[in-house]
Design a protein around this ligand. Structure first.
Ligand code: ADP
Length: 385
C-alpha cells in the first residue's frame, strides 16, 4: 500500500449519498468501489482485498454492525469506518466497541472524513511495518538459532574424530621413531601441523558456542605473563622465519603477576601474533612490546605489524564473529601463509577473553602501513626477579 493508493469499499444504500462518497474518495486519490447493500458488500470483501471498508450503519437486511463483525472475524486486517446519523450515535459507539476504526456522522463533512481516512491509512501502514519487522525479527532469530545449532553440532561431531586422529598420528610418530626416512618425517610434520590447525578451529568453535550460551568457565591461576609471552614468542619465531618476516620482542617493564585463565590468555595473545604473521607480506616486520601502566595497574602487550592494514570502516567489524575483511573465497588452508586461513572467530574470542579479565583489546591500523593490536590486562603486583 506504501506506493499504491488505498483500496476502499463503500457500502451505502442511498444512491445519491453513495455517488457522493465515490466522487469524494476518488478525489482524495483512493481507489474506490461502491455497493448498495451489506450482502453485496460481504460478497466483494470475500473475493477482493481492500484496505478500508466505509459502511453506513442503518441498512435493510444486513446492517453496518453485521458487516463490521463479519470483517473483523474473517479479514481483521481491513479497517472499518462507520457512517451514522446523529439519531444512531449509540450504534456508532457500539461499532467502536466491536472494532471499528472510527465513525463519521451524517451529513459527512469533507475535511473530517479526509482526516479520518488519512489517520486510518497511517495506522494500517504502521501495523504493516510492525508486522514486517516482527517477521524479519523471527527470521533473524531462526537464522541465529540455526547458526548456533550448526556450530554446536559441528563442534560435537568434529571433536571425537579429531581426538582419535590426533591420537593415531602420535602413535604413528612413536612407532616410526627410529626407522623413518626424511620423506616420512616431512609428511608427519605436515600432518601434525594440519592437525594442530584443525584442533584450534574446533576449540574456537567450542569456545564460541559456550560463550554464546553464557557458559564461559575460566580456570583462573596466578601467572607471570612476561614469561608466557617469551614462550609464545619462541613458539612463533620459527613460523616467522619460514616466511622471512622479522619478529622481535621488547620487554619494557618488570614481570608481573596476573590472575587469569592462562590457556585462554595464551591462545588470545598467540592469535594476535599469528594474525600479524598472516597479514604481513614477506620481508616485513612485527614487533611485540610488553609494558606496564602503573597507575592503571595494567600491562600492555602491543603487536605491531607492517602488514596490509585494516580499512577504518572495517575496524569494528573484525571483532564480529566470522567476519573477515578479505574475500573468504581466497582462503588458503595454512594459518601461517600470507592471507592464510581462519574462520573469523579468533579476534571475537580474544576480545571476549581480554574483556572478561577486565581488560581490553584495542586496534590502531592504516591500510598498506600496518596494524597494532593492543591487549590490556590488569595485574596484581610486580614480581621481583
Ligand atoms: P581469522 O582467523 O579468519 O583471521 P580473526 O578474527 O582472527 O579471524 O580476524 C578477522 C579478520 O580481521 C581477518 O580475517 C582479517 O581480515 C582481519 N585482521 C586480523 N588481524 C589483522 C592484521 N594484523 N592485519 C590485517 N588484517 C587483520
Amino acid at each position: 500500500m506504501a506506493e499504491n493508493p488505498a483500496k476502499i469499499l463503500v457500502i451505502e444504500d442511498e444512491a445519491q449519498v453513495r455517488d457522493s462518497y465515490l466522487d469524494m474518495f476518488s478525489f482524495f486519490g483512493y481507489e474506490v468501489e461502491a455497493v448498495s447493500n451489506g450482502r453485496q458488500g460481504l460478497s466483494l470483501i470475500n473475493k477482493k482485498d481492500y484496505d478500508i471498508v466505509v459502511t453506513d450503519l442503518n441498512m435493510p437486511e444486513i446492517d453496518g454492525i453485521e458487516v463490521l463483525q463479519y470483517v473483523k472475524k474473517k479479514k481483521p486486517f481491513i479497517e472499518v469506518i462507520v457512517i451514522t446519523g446523529f439519531a444512531t450515535l449509540e450504534n456508532a459507539i457500539k461499532a467502536m466497541k466491536v472494532g471499528a476504526f472510527d465513525y463519521v456522522t451524517k451529513p459527512v463533512d469533507i475535511d473530517h472524513v479526509r482526516i479520518v481516512l488519512a489517520k486510518c491509512i497511517q495506522q494500517i501502514k504502521s501495523q504493516r511495518e510492525n508486522e514486517e519487522l516482527r517477521n524479519l525479527n523471527m527470521q533473524l532469530k531462526h537464522l541465529n538459532e540455526m547458526k548456533d545449532k550448526f556450530i554446536t553440532i559441528t563442534n560435537h561431531e568434529l571433536r571425537t574424530p579429531i581426538t582419535v586422529l590426533k591420537g593415531y598420528l602420535e602413535l604413528i610418530d612413536y612407532f616410526l621413531e627410529n626407522s623413518r626416512s626424511p620423506d616420512v618425517n616431512e609428511a608427519l610434520e605436515v600432518a601434525s601441523e594440519t592437525m594442530a590447525e584443525l584442533v584450534s578451529i574446533v576449540e574456537q568453535m567450542h569456545d564460541m558456542s559456550s560463550f554464546d550460551y553464557g557458559k564461559k568457565k575460566f580456570e583462573l591461576m596466578d601467572i607471570d605473563i612476561q614469561q608466557l609471552l617469551v614462550t609464545i614468542y619462541k613458539e612463533m619465531k620459527i613460523f616467522y622465519e619460514k616466511r622471512n618476516i622479522d619478529l622481535s620482542l621488547k620487554l619494557d617493564g618488570p614481570p608481573v603477576l596476573v590472575r587469569c585463565d592462562a590457556k585462554r590468555i595464551k591462545r588470545s595473545i598467540r592469535e594476535l601474533i599469528q594474525n600479524a604473521l598472516k597479514f604481513t607480506p614477506q620481508n616485513g616486520s612485527v614487533i611485540i612490546t610488553y609494558s606496564l601502566n602503573e597507575s592503571l595497574k595494567s600491562l600492555f602487550i602491543k603487536v605491531r605489524d607492517t602488514g596490509i592494514g585494516i580499512p577504518v570502516d572495517k575496524q569494528n567489524l573484525i571483532f564480529e564473529p566470522f567476519y573477515e575483511v578479505q574475500d573468504a573465497i581466497n582462503h588458503m588452508s595454512s594459518k601461517t601463509e600470507f592471507m592464510g586461513g581462519g574462520i573469523g572467530l579468533g579476534l571475537t574470542l580474544a576480545k571476549e577473553v581480554f574483556e572478561s579479565h577486565d581488560g581490553a583489546l584495542l586496534l590502531e591500523s592504516e591500510v598498506q602501513k600496518g596494524s597494532t593490536f593492543i591487549a590490556v590486562i590488569p595485574y596484581i603486583r610486580e614480581l621481583k626477579k
